[in-house]
Design a protein around this ligand. Sequence first.
Ligand code: TXA
Ligand code: MG
Length: 331
Amino acid sequence: MQTRYLSTSEEDMRIAGEIVRNGGLVAFPTETVYGLGADAFDAEAVENIYTVKGRPADNPSIVHIWSRDQLGLITPEVTPMMEKVMDAFWPGPVTMICQRIFTVPYVTTGGLETVGIRMPSDPAARAFLKAADCPVAAPSANLSGKPSPTTAEHVREDFDGRIDAIIDGGPCEFGIESTVIDMTGDVPMILRPGIMTAEDFHERLGVPVIMDPALNKKPEDPDFHPKAPGMKYRHYAPKAPMIIFEGEEEKVLEAIEQMKTEHEMEGENVIVLEFGQNGAIDAAHELFAMLRDADRENADLILAAALPQKGVGFSVMNRMLKSAGFNIRKV
Ligand code: TXA
Ligand code: MG
């Protein structure tokens, strides 16, 4: 298959929309990461996403919409709390888990009676969803297990010749995936942390939200049963082993420098992840691209300092810990 490379022009959006309506797969930019999209109601097309990604069938895909008018196609009831979340965060990097309507295929929901719904803010994502004229099921556009793509080039690396089209909308604004919040219980529960944090929800909704207790547990913990199926898989894994150092800043830098020198003396290629000045926001923006660079540069070892685990730092550390296989050293 020849993959078509599309721009965000009106004509290219028309082409992308047509591909989706005809059962094809289109990768598209969003403000979080690139998604790999298909018509959410076309079970065969969604099945193809799982095949090309190598994604386990029990891991549901998020359904993307551009207008609230589409909600009625996906979920039977819009509760007052859902209205509040949409008013506060949509369009934007927040996915709501809601009851599904029976017409949403089980391949899309990973066999669940619930469905994740998100309205992205990225203008190219919105134009694409409008052109597709149907809700679009889309997991992140990476091979299962690899870091999520934050540029069209990352998508090309994983899927050139295997999907119908890739829309190049430049680098993603945020760089980590949306906050997933379960709206089906009495109190909203964050299942996957993101740029919008528990504090943001509390502030904007006026009520506290809860966190899935699994977010503070390691996979080997017998009580590790995350409610979002995707959270149980080891994601974002670079080829090289990765170690995270936690402790006083000076000691951390010293420990990293020392280990780097030791391994370089053995002839190894050691990469230290150094993020920009804006703390966790820059780390979110840069992490996945840096992990892919490390693979491309044949790193033998990746070292990083832990981020303070609050706000967006907690969300980025959630990804970093998985990348490192929870290999964290206290210094
Ligand atoms: O920012 C994002 O969310 C990106 C862009 C493309 O929108 N998408 C994304 O999709 O990250 P994916 O498939 O890589 O991650 C979706 C996460 C998974 O952890 C999945 O298990 C969870 O959302 N999820 C989806 N539907 C769910 C449901 N009905 N119940 C619980 N978890 C769900
Ligand atoms: Mg993903």
